[in-house]
Design a protein around this ligand. Sequence first.
Ligand code: BGC
Length: 376
Amino acid sequence: MVEKRSFGSFGPEVPLGTGRGQRAAHLYILSNDALTVRLSDLGAAIVGIDAPDGTGELADVVLGFDEAAAYYPDSQGTYFGATVGPSANRVEGATVAIEGATYRLPANEGANNLHTDAVRGLHAQLWHAEADEARDRVTFTLELAPGEPGSDLELPGRRAFSVTYELDGHCLRMTYEAATDAPTFINLTNHSYFNLAGQASGSVAAQELAVFAERFLPIDGASIPTGELRPVAGTPFDFRAPKAIGRDIEAADEQLERGHGYDHCFCIDGYEPDDGTGGLPEPRLAARALDPASGRGMELWTTLPGLQLYTGNFIGGVAGKGGHVYEDRGGFALEPEFYPASPSHPAFPSAIFRPGRPYRAVTEYRFFTAEPVPGA
Ligand code: BGC
């Protein structure tokens, strides 16, 4: 089932793109026997996911806000649930070279760029929505065009983005596509923060996580990957077997100090580049998370090469749904994406797309239940 509702109006008008000049956002609610998912056309964002625990009890497992006005502008820079792009995560020196030309993004984190632009990025745009009742599916679309003042987000190409959310049993599938008429840089992600005990249940330190990555990307003092792919073995970054998120998070480790906890990209095993010509690529199992106390779990499958684990190191004090004030580590984000700073590391998988190589990615959240372990 797909239901459409008002999500209220928000502050300043959206400055560009499909929703230019508009101030009203809408919720699209997908539901089936297993899951209820609330989506917003503001930021093509996930606003809520109700999923069952081991006893069948539902809880909303993503952090967020009750109304559109709290999402835009995103004054606390949380990017809760949003589609982030066209350049998610960090770009070193805020510059991208494409076929000999240099493009400058805003230097909004020291000399570097984070998440494109806080007030103009794709997460801050009103997308066009198309619901497909028969398939429990909603598609959000948005176009960026060069030449219109400010509306190219500093990158080349007329780009048509689409994000489709679809429910399939216990799975929420997200399909991302972007066509461009000129070579350009595209790195999209979904920025949901999960708390599998329920969004208002405090620290996620006791929740278990497995990340299927032999290697991760160490960062410098400005959170830019150095270019090294470091084996996780023998480090606090070894999540190959499930462990509590908080088990090693306070370990004396230079990388954890630089990230103030986990804020690092893992190189998901088995990545195969997609040349954009065949059928959609098949996602691989990237991570599995479980709240042992409730038995509520989720697997993340993706076609993308990287997975940023961000343990909500700076979200303390943000007032979210139902007035609940989140604490640091009150949620963990798993952001499937191309590696951060790929433009400055030619050995990283390329996020340059062209007319003959459209951007395509599939990410799935597959929810599951387990026997609850009381007191875990
Ligand atoms: C980044 C964090 C940042 C967060 C919210 C994550 O993708 O890696 O450093 O604090 O987004 O902006």
